[in-house]
Design a protein around this ligand. Structure first.
Ligand code: PLP
Length: 455
């Protein structure tokens, strides 16, 4: 018995030894395997992480990330408070996965009116976790290995990694700057697509084009001719269009935002994306939406259902009430969608003056709440460094936040790696800020100018 026990003990310990050796060997083998999925390779660095941190550490005035520092409208806040503190327990629970019924209904009415077609709230509208998730659903639902997706540069930076994560290949086409007449400020309208260059990017591999009008970062609002050129190419090549219109209400100087889905042949192939974050100044609520034909939206629903399932019920309820109000006031001066651009245009003009006065040449945006300015005349503050791989504007923005306390985002962030260095003399500023914040930015800029001009 003992002998057997001893034997078996010995056997056991021998066995343990060899199994330990084996497991350490196999765990070494496991360690040498990459942990992350291959599709994440090359997209793991994100400029926002670095610049948000820099702004938090050093900035006195943060005109970097795109969010307002003033409150959302009272009618929306009140609607949210009612949603969470009212009698209805249902608003604390799951709602319909593809959109809270009151919200999809009012979005269908609202966008139906704008697009001039009857929309079915259940099949033509889907509510998402911000516009980000609507974009993600589009790439996941439609893009396959080998597909090409055309992206217009400069672009909202998540488009490229989202295409790559879906296995697609981004194909970039730049907005080209036509030099403005002497003596006039640059405008975002000076940046345009070259029609021949755009056409050359389409092929049988093209699955989709991403359109973003008004465009972040330049503030360009695409005109009818440009959108018609895009539409003709989409129809000719059977390509889809993901139209990111999150800044649809933020257009200035009497310009009109044109919806590409309203052009001939485009409804069937377009997913239009919007955001309450930008529409009502509640970026933290993360309520976005996608509008389009059922033949496309049914695939977005599959991705959505199997990833996030749905977006917070109370926030959806409040956004529904906000849209109900806007539907009733549509086109009237009391409408928030009319008031907000008026307020922002004044803020834009103030920042244009501040930047122009110090020699940072502003590109006056036709839309959005961003303003891009040329920093070429500031090389005496931050000399070029040929030994550095980092784009000049990125080095400049870091220097500026650390030494002047003013945060902005380098424009090269919005270009693919191959084109970053050719657009590295610009910064993007966000002007959706309180008067006091813009005044504080102006004080920094004026003090800087005085310092530069003193002998
Ligand atoms: C062009 C563009 N699209 C989409 C988004 C994301 O919007 P949301 O905050 O609703 O996810 C942003 C946010 O800055 C944006 O600028």
């Amino acid at each position: 018995m003992l002998r057997r026990a001893g034997l078996s003990l010995c056997h056991f310990s021998l066995g343990r030894k060899s199994s330990t050796a084996r497991s350490s060997h196999s765990s070494q083998a496991k360690m040498s395997k990459p942990v992350q999925a291959q599709r994440l390779e090359g997209i793991d660095k994100n400029i926002w992480v670095e610049f948000v941190q820099l702004a938090a550490t050093y900035s006195k005035v943060n005109l970097g990330q795109g969010f307002p520092d003033f409150p959302p409208p009272d009618f929306l806040k009140d609607a949210f408070v009612r949603a969470v503190s009212g009698q209805s327990q249902a608003l604390h629970q799951y709602t319909r996965a593809f959109g809270h019924p009151p919200l999809v209904k009012v979005l269908a009415q609202f966008f139906g009116k704008l697009l001039g077609r009857d929309l079915d709230p259940m099949t033509n509208v889907m509510v998402t976790v911000g516009a980000y998730q609507a974009l993600f659903c589009c790439f996941q639902a439609f893009v396959e290995e080998g597909d090409e997706v055309i992206i217009i540069e400069p672009f909202f930076d998540c488009y490229e990694p989202m295409v790559r994560m879906a296995g697609g290949t981004p194909v970039f086409v730049p907005l080209r700057l036509k030099a403005p007449e002497a003596g006039r400020l640059m405008s975002s309208a000076d940046w345009g697509l070259d029609p021949a260059e755009l056409a050359s990017k389409f092929s049988e591999r093209t699955k989709a084009i991403v359109l973003n009008s008004p465009n972040n970062p330049l503030g360009k609002v695409f005109g009818r001719r440009e959108l018609e050129a895009v539409a003709r190419l989409c129809v000719r090549h059977g390509a889809l269009c993901f139209s990111d219109e999150v800044y649809e209400w933020l257009v200035y100087d009497g310009r009109q935002h044109l919806r590409v889905a309203s052009l001939p042949g485009m409804w069937e192939r377009t997913v239009t994306i919007g955001s309450s974050g930008k529409t009502f100044n509640v970026t933290g609520w993360k309520v976005g939406w996608a509008v389009g034909p059922d033949r496309l939206l049914r695939h977005l629903r599959t991705v959505h259902q199997n990833s996030v399932y749905h977006c917070a019920t109370a926030a959806q309820e409040a956004v529904a009430q906000g849209f109900q109000r806007e539907l009733e006031l549509y086109g009237k001066p009391e409408s928030y969608f009319m008031q907000l651009p008026r307020e922002l245009q004044q803020k834009r003009d103030y920042l244009v003056q501040s930047l122009a006065a110090v020699g940072m040449k502003p590109i006056v945006p036709e839309g959005t709440y961003f303003l891009v300015a040329d920093i070429s005349e500031f090389k005496s503050d931050v000399p070029e460094d040929p030994s550095s791989d980092e784009p000049y504007d990125s080095r400049f923005a870091k220097w500026m936040v650390k030494n002047k306390g003013l945060a902005a985002i380098p424009l090269s962030t919005f270009f693919c790696n191959a084109h970053k260095s050719s657009h590295s003399h610009f910064l993007r500023f966000c002007f959706a800020k309180e008067e006091g914040t813009l005044k504080a930015a102006n004080d920094i800029l004026q003090a800087w100018r005085r310092e530069k001009s003193s002998p």
